[in-house]
Write a protein that binds this ligand. Structure first.
Ligand code: GLU
Length: 429
C-alpha cells in the first residue's frame, strides 16, 4: 500500500531517525508540529471575466535556526497537509546543509495551465497581500517551487515593496537578475542534483561515464540535472513530463530535447517526431513509455524530479535502479524506503539531493544584504562547497554503520542541529 499523505510520510521518516538521533524526546515531539499555518482566500478577477476564489497557504514550520525559508508552489493538488510536510522538509534541509534558516512553504490550489499571465499576476499579488503579514526579509523569505519562477518572485517582491513604501529585494529569492537575483539560481537545484550524483559515484567507486540515468520530470529541476549529467558523460536514457516518457536505451539527445521543451514542446510530441525549435538527430529515436514504466527501467540511477509519493510499497519491488537521487521533495514513501534499503539501493534523500536551490537562494539573500553581486563562478563554487560538505557529513554518519540508510543519516544530522538550537534558546515565555 502506498502512503499518499506526505505529512504522515515525513513523520514516519522522523520516527525512523529518532532511535539514532541524540535528541531529547520532548524537543523531538515538538518538531512534529508546524509553528503556524496561515490559510488565505484569494478572490481574483480573471481575464476571461468573472471572479474565481482560490485558496492558498503559508506554513512556517520551525525557526530555531533562523528566518523561515521555502518556496511557493502553484498546483491543483496542493493541500494544507502537503504544504506543511514540505515546510517540515525545508526545515530539515536547511539544517542539513547548515544554512542559518528555519523552514517554511507556501502553496496555492490552482491549475496554472488554465490561467493567463495576467491572471497569474493578479493571483500572485493577491496571495502576497494575503501572506504579507507573515513574510519579510528577516522573518520568512519565499522562493520559487513547482510552477512558480523568477517572474512570480518579481511580482511578490513588488507587491510586498509597495506596501512597505520602498524596494525590499531580500523578501524573496529566485528573483530575475535585474532586480536583485543571483546568477546561477535557476539552474541551482539541478546543479546540486548533478553534483551529489557525481559524489555518489565517487563514493561507490563507480564510473559516471558508464552510467545510465532515468529522470522523471523535465521541468526546471529535472532538465538542468539531465543537462549537467549529460555534460558529465552519463547516458540519460529516459525522461518525462505529464504526457509520458521518452526512452532510448542508447541515450537521449538531451540538448535537442532541451531545446524542444524550452520552445514549449511536450514529450509526446518529441517521441512522435513533432519537434519544436529543434531537429531530430539520427541516433535519437526514442520510444514513448509511461511515467510508471520509467520508474521501473533497468538503469544505474533513477532521478525522480516531479511530485511526491511516486516510489511506493506497490512499485518498490519493481524499481531496478541501483541508486535513487531524489530531486523532487518526498518522492519515496517510508514503506518503499524499507524495501529499497533491504535491497541496498542507495537513496540520496531529497533534503540533501535537492538542497542546491535553497543554498543558492541563501547566496542571493546574502548578496542582497551586502548590496553587492557575485559572478556566476563564485556562486557555483560556493554551491559545490556547501552541498559537497553536507554530502560528506551524511556519508560519514552512514559509514559509522548504525543507521540503516542515507536518509536516516541525513535526518539524524539535521534533527540534532535543530534540537541543539532549541535547547540553547529554551522555551519562551
Ligand atoms: N523550492 C525549493 C525547495 O524545495 C527552494 C526553496 C528556496 O529556495 O527557498 O528546496
Amino acid at each position: 500500500m502506498g502512503n499518499d499523505d506526505p505529512f504522515e510520510n515525513m513523520l514516519a521518516q522522523m520516527d525512523r531517525a529518532e532511535a539514532y538521533a541524540d535528541v531529547d524526546h520532548g524537543v523531538f515531539e515538538r518538531l512534529k508540529y508546524p509553528e503556524r499555518t496561515l490559510k488565505v482566500t484569494l478572490p481574483v478577477e480573471l481575464e476571461s471575466g468573472g471572479v474565481e476564489v482560490f485558496e492558498g497557504y503559508r506554513c512556517q514550520f520551525d525557526s530555531a535556526r533562523g528566518p523561515f525559508k521555502g518556496g511557493v508552489r502553484y498546483h491543483p493538488s496542493v493541500t494544507q497537509r502537503e504544504v506543511e510536510a514540505l515546510a517540515g522538509w525545508m526545515t530539515w534541509k536547511c539544517a542539513l546543509v547548515d544554512l542559518p534558516y528555519g523552514g517554511a512553504k507556501g502553496g496555492v490550489i490552482c491549475e496554472p495551465k488554465d490561467l493567463t499571465d495576467n491572471d497569474l499576476e493578479r493571483l500572485t499579488r493577491r496571495y502576497t497581500e494575503g501572506i504579507r503579514r507573515l513574510i519579510g526579509p528577516e522573518t520568512d523569505v519565499p522562493a520559487p517551487d513547482m510552477n512558480t519562477n523568477p517572474q512570480t518572485m518579481a511580482w511578490m517582491m513588488d507587491t510586498y515593496s509597495m506596501y512597505e513604501g520602498y524596494t525590499v529585494p531580500k523578501v524573496v529569492t529566485g528573483k530575475p537578475l535585474e532586480i536583485g537575483g543571483t546568477p546561477g539560481r535557476v539552474a541551482a537545484t539541478g546543479r546540486g542534483v548533478s553534483i551529489v550524483t557525481e559524489r555518489l559515484f565517487e563514493y561507490l567507486e563507480d564510473d559516471l561515464g558508464d552510467a545510465t540515468v532515468a529522470v522523471q520530470g523535465f521541468g526546471n529541476v529535472g532538465s538542468h540535472a539531465a543537462r549537467l549529467l549529460d555534460d558529465a558523460g552519463a547516458r540519460i536514457v529516459a525522461t518525462s513530463d505529464v504526457t509520458g516518457a521518452a526512452y532510448d536505451p542508447d541515450g537521449l539527445d538531451v540538448p535537442t530535447l532541451g531545446a524542444h521543451v524550452d520552445a514549449g514542446g511536450l514529450i509526446e510530441e518529441y517521441t512522435a517526431g513533432d519537434l519544436k525549435g529543434a531537429e531530430r538527430t539520427q541516433w535519437d529515436e526514442p520510444e514513448q513509455i509511461s511515467n510508471a514504466d520509467l520508474l521501473e527501467l533497468d538503469v544505474d540511477v533513477l532521478i525522480p524530479a516531479a511530485v511526491e509519493g511516486v516510489i511506493t510499497a506497490e512499485n518498490a519491488d519493481r524499481v531496478r535502479a541501483n541508486a535513487i537521487v531524489e530531486a523532487a521533495n518526498g518522492p519515496t514513501t517510508v514503506a518503499a524506503d524499507e524495501v529499497l534499503s533491504q535491497r541496498d539501493v542507495q537513496i540520496v534523500p531529497d533534503i540533501l539531493a535537492n538542497a542546491g536551490g535553497v543554498i543558492v537562494s541563501y547566496l542571493e539573500w546574502v548578496q542582497n544584504s551586502q548590496e553587492f553581486s557575485w559572478p556566476l563562478e563564485t556562486v557555483n563554487a560556493e554551491l559545490e562547497r556547501r552541498i559537497g560538505s553536507a554530502f560528506d557529513e551524511t556519508i560519514e554518519r552512514y559509514d559509522q554503520g548504525d543507521v540503516p540508510d542515507l536518509r536516516t543519516a541525513a535526518y539524524t544530522i539535521a534533527l540534532e542541529r535543530i534540537a541543539r538550537a532549541h535547547e540553547y534558546r529554551g522555551l519562551f515565555p
